[in-house]
Structure formats: structure tokens, C-alpha cells
Design a protein around this ligand. Structure first.
Ligand code: TRP
Length: 438
């Protein structure tokens, strides 16, 4: 159980609670959700099994893993891309992690819940993220927390924390979902969320869904290679993969069922962007008994979920400097953590003083998110699939998975072989090409 929980701790995070609903809202609802689910099961799941296997087999960080299997080959580049990806993602992830820390404080003091009108929490949030010093303070607090944990190494504490965290999060989400679904006008939101309207789907929308499948499952940059390297041979890699994927997907889908009924019931805009959950949830909390307490618990859980994901991003960068460059852990963590924080500052300011500084029509924050989530992760996942399917070979994967009498037989092994060798590389390739033309 420990490993599944730690890997879920990496997978379940802001991607599920903050990012999923806002990109579903921006990209038309039901059809996007459907494409996302197809990407999760057809592309993400096989890649997760590949990453776990690479990690456990080699017992190394992502760069070291490829190096051990194919020394001095260009495949090691996948590992370097992963280290870069971890750095880029954590730089803006830390900003949003900081927002959740701030909302822990603001829900304790009650200031987020004090609004009679459902439009006000959105204005409150917008003015908060426009406040440079406050945003940077919480950003620093979040990064400091990740740094402090990774300094001690990822084993131990995190697994125990996730043990309580995940079930509580699911219970709270189910309660909130019941409240959302019973608001007046909720069904319009359910329809938006569940009825596919394919007229809104273009190549770039599919790329966003694909990128988010990788993002939400922590794939495409070696995080799961790193976590797989902590795994014992007794553990069943295939069933661990299934658990992590199901839990991650369940939580994202539940969050959608909380947010969209509430958005429509309260007359808000589903496409409002990164502030969506922060503008919607306070009104839901305010409308339930003991809402103040529920809000505090919810934001604490969200903050912990963000930290357990943040450390998995930082750990990839740190493991590289320790294993490949021979640095002391302390030096690696401090330098990687502080550099990531510094590089994240313009992302933190992207909703305030730097809101008008745009490149390709996007803020700094959106550019970094887009480079990492839409390009680096799918590319990393595709190359990992090609490497495992064609270079290292699926036979070696079967051998690794079947250690200690674990079974990986018909039809799972054959389906996995087919998906990883043909479907993942071809599908990601088609989506990349489609983005250029549609
Ligand atoms: N999956 C996490 C989330 O949903 C974010 C995350 C952690 C991640 N580690 C990662 C994303 C590695 C991509 C790659 O919030």
C-alpha cells in the first residue's frame, strides 16, 4: 500500500482539483472530458507502467535509468528533458501551491467565506492574486515546505500522510458533490460536464487533453521512474498502475461534479480560467452546515496534496544532481529549490504587475505551463514508449513485472505491448501534427 499511496500522492494534486475543472470549462465541457478519459486509459496508463518498470529495473533517476539501459545513447536525452520539465512545472506549480496555502489561512480567518453574493469570491480571488507581495510570500512558503521535506528524503513521512489524506479528500468531495447537485439550476452544469459537444474540439483542444492526461498522472518526465526506483520486487507493478490511475481519475471526475453544477447554479462563467475553483468553492462552503470547518479541512487537504506532488517534481531534479553529478543532498535540494522558486517569480506576478507582459498572446505563467504540459510531457511520454516498446523491448518489461511470482499474462500483457509500441507513439504524433493544421 505504501508505494501506491506515495505514487498517488504525486499524481493527485492541483492537476485534479485546480487545473482539470478550469481547462474543462475553457474547452467546452463533456467532449473534452471524454477525450481526456481516452488519453488516460489508452496512452497514460501504458506509459505509467513503462515508467514504473524502468524505475524499478534500473533503480536510478531518469537520466541514470536510460543511461544504464543504453549507455552513451541519445535516449539519455529523455532523462534530461524530464529534469528540465520538472523544473519548469514546479516553477508555476509552486505559485498555485502558494495560492492554496493562502486559502488555508483565509478560510481559517473566514475572509473567503464572508460573501453574500456569488460573484464576490471571484473578485476577492482576483484581487488576491494581483497582490505581488502576498502571492510571492505564499509561493516562498510553499517552496520552502517542499524543500524542507525533500531535504530529509522522500521516504517515510509522505506515505503515512497520504494514508489519511486520500480517503478524507474523497469523502469531502462526495459531500460537496451532493451539495452542488442539489443547488437550484445544477442540472445545467451536469449537462455541460457530461454531454459531449464535439463542435468545440480542435487539434489544440485534443493536445490540451492529452497533455493534461500526462500532467495529472505525473507522466512524461520521469517522476514515476524516480518513484518506481524506490519500489521492492514484491510489489505488483501492473496492479499498482491500475490503482493510481483509478484514484487519480476518480478524484478529477468528482471535482468536476462539484464545480460545474455550482458554476451554473450560481450564474458564473465556466471558462473563467485559472481562478475557477477559487471563485466557485467558497459559495458552496458558505451554503452548507459547518461550512467554515469544511472549508478549512478542504483547503488543508488541497495544500497537502499540492505539497506531495510538488516534492515529486523537486525530487526528480534533486535525484539527478545527487546521482549523476555527485552532489550532496543538501546542496542539490537548496540549489534546485531556490532556483526553481526564483524562476517561478514571473509566473507569480503574471496575474498582477506582469499581466500585460505577453509573448505569443500568453502570460509568462501560461507560456511555461504550455511548454511543459503541451509539449515536453507528451513528447517525453512518446519517446519513453518508443524506448520501452522498441529499444529496450517489451520482453524485458514482462520479466521485470513478473518478478516474485507476479502475473502479467493474457490479455493484459498483449494489450499493453500493442498500446505502448503502436498506439502511444502514433497517437501522440498525430495529435502533434493535428495541432499544427487544425
Ligand atoms: N500530477 C500532479 C498533479 O496533478 C502534478 C505533478 C507532480 C506532475 N509530478 C509531476 C506533473 C510530474 C507532471 C509530471 O497535480
Amino acid at each position: 500500500m505504501g508505494f501506491i499511496l506515495a505514487a498517488s500522492g504525486s499524481a493527485v494534486g492541483l492537476g485534479n482539483v485546480w487545473k482539470f475543472p478550469y481547462i474543462v470549462g475553457e474547452n467546452g465541457g463533456g467532449a473534452f472530458v471524454l477525450i481526456y478519459l481516452v488519453c488516460i486509459f489508452v496512452i497514460g496508463t501504458p506509459v505509467m507502467l513503462a515508467e514504473f518498470t524502468l524505475g524499478r529495473k534500473t533503480n536510478r533517476n531518469p537520466v541514470g535509468a536510460f543511461e544504464q539501459l543504453r549507455p552513451k545513447s541519445p535516449w539519455i536525452g529523455i532523462g534530461y528533458m524530464g529534469v528540465l520539465g520538472g523544473f519548469l512545472i514546479l516553477s508555476f506549480y509552486g505559485v498555485v501551491g502558494g495560492w492554496t496555502f493562502a486559502y488555508v489561512v483565509k478560510s481559517i480567518t473566514g475572509s473567503v467565506l464572508a460573501f453574500p453574493h456569488s460573484k464576490e469570491p471571484g473578485e476577492f480571488f482576483a484581487s488576491f492574486i494581483g497582490n505581488s507581495w502576498e502571492v510571492l510570500f505564499y509561493h516562498a512558503l510553499f517552496m520552502g515546505t517542499c524543500i524542507a521535506i525533500v531535504l530529509r528524503g522522500v521516504h517515510g513521512g509522505i506515505e503515512k500522510a497520504c494514508n489519511i489524506l486520500m480517503p478524507t479528500l474523497v469523502i469531502i468531495l462526495v459531500l460537496l458533490m451532493i451539495r452542488s447537485l442539489t443547488l437550484d439550476g445544477a442540472m445545467e452544469g451536469v449537462a455541460f460536464y457530461l454531454t459531449p459537444d464535439f463542435s468545440k474540439i480542435t487539434g489544440s483542444v485534443v493536445l490540451i487533453a492529452l497533455g493534461h492526461a500526462f500532467f495529472s498522472l505525473s507522466l512524461g518526465m520521469g517522476a514515476m521512474i524516480t518513484y518506481g526506483s524506490y519500489l521492492s520486487e514484491k510489489e505488483n507493478l501492473a496492479s499498482s498502475t491500475a490503482y493510481v490511475v483509478m484514484l487519480d481519475t476518480l478524484i478529477a471526475l468528482l471535482v468536476g461534479m462539484v464545480i460545474f453544477p455550482a458554476v451554473f447554479a450560481m450564474g458564473l462563467e465556466p471558462a473563467e480560467g485559472p481562478g475557477l475553483v477559487f471563485s466557485v468553492l467558497p459559495t458552496v462552503f458558505a451554503s452548507i452546515p459547518l461550512g467554515h470547518g469544511v472549508a478549512v479541512i478542504f483547503f488543508v487537504l488541497l495544500a497537502i496534496a499540492a505539497v506531495t506532488s510538488g516534492i515529486s517534481l523537486l525530487e526528480v531534479v534533486v535525484a539527478y544532481f545527487i546521482d549523476q553529478r555527485g552532489w550532496q543532498r543538501k546542496r542539490a535540494v537548496l540549489i534546485a529549490g531556490l532556483t526553481t522558486f526564483a524562476f517561478g517569480i514571473p509566473s507569480g506576478l503574471s496575474f498582477g504587475v506582469m499581466a500585460d507582459v505577453k509573448f505569443l498572446g500568453m502570460t509568462f505563467f501560461d507560456n511555461i505551463d504550455s511548454i511543459a504540459s503541451h509539449y515536453l510531457l507528451p513528447l517525453g511520454g512518446m519517446l519513453t514508449a518508443i524506448f520501452v516498446g522498441w529499444v529496450w523491448g517489451t520482453k524485458n518489461v514482462h520479466i521485470e513485472i513478473e518478478k516474485h511470482n507476479n502475473k502479467f499474462g493474457f490479455p493484459w500483457a498483449q494489450s499493453w505491448d500493442f498500446l505502448i509500441r503502436y498506439i502511444t507513439p502514433v497517437a501522440v504524433g498525430i495529435v502533434f501534427i493535428a495541432t499544427v493544421f487544425y
